[in-house]
Design a protein around this ligand. Structure first.
Ligand SMILES: [Zn+2]
Length: 132
C-alpha cells in the first residue's frame, strides 16, 4: 500500500485515533487513575479523554511513540505499517519520499519505531496485533 492508498483508508486524524483505540483498548477505554470506564472523549482534542468519576484527563497515546509527536498521526501510522510489512526494512530516504517529510524527520520516525519495538514490554504497536 502506498501513502495515497493509505490516506483513503485513514483520511483524517480521527480515523487514526479510532483505529488506535481498537488496538490498544480492545475492552474499551478505562481511566488509568481510578479504573472507571465512563470516560468521555474531548471534542476539540479527540486523543484526550476525561474521566467521569475522578475528573482525570488522560491521553490515549501515553507511553507510545505518538505521545509527544508533532508529526501527523497518519504519517506515523503509515511508517509503522511500512516498517512491519517491509521484508527488507525501510530506509529513511524511502520514507522521506513517500510521506513527504524531511530526511531528518523520517530518520527520527524510524528510530523511534525501532526503539519501541525493542522495548521489553512494548505498548501498543509492537505486540503483533498491528496491521493495516
Ligand atoms: Zn478516573
Amino acid at each position: 500500500m502506498n501513502y495515497k492508498e493509505f490516506l483513503k483508508k485513514f483520511p483524517d486524524e480521527k480515523s487514526i485515533i479510532d483505529y488506535f483505540i481498537k488496538i490498544r483498548y480492545p475492552e474499551g477505554i478505562k481511566c488509568p487513575k481510578c479504573g472507571n470506564t465512563k470516560v468521555y472523549q474531548k471534542k476539540a482534542r479527540p486523543k484526550v479523554f476525561d474521566c467521569n468519576f475522578c475528573g482525570n484527563s488522560f491521553s490515549i497515546f501515553k507511553d507510545t511513540v505518538f505521545e509527544k509527536t508533532t508529526t501527523d498521526l497518519q504519517k506515523w501510522l503509515f511508517a509503522i505499517s511500512k516498517f512491519l510489512n517491509a521484508k527488507k526494512g525501510v530506509s529513511a530516504k524511502q520514507l522521506q519520499r513517500e510521506i513527504g517529510v524531511t530526511y531528518k524527520c523520517a530518520w527520527r520516525i524510524l528510530h523511534q519505531i525501532r526503539k519501541a519495538m525493542a522495548e521489553e514490554n512494548p505498548q501498543g504497536f509492537a505486540n503483533g496485533q498491528f496491521s493495516v
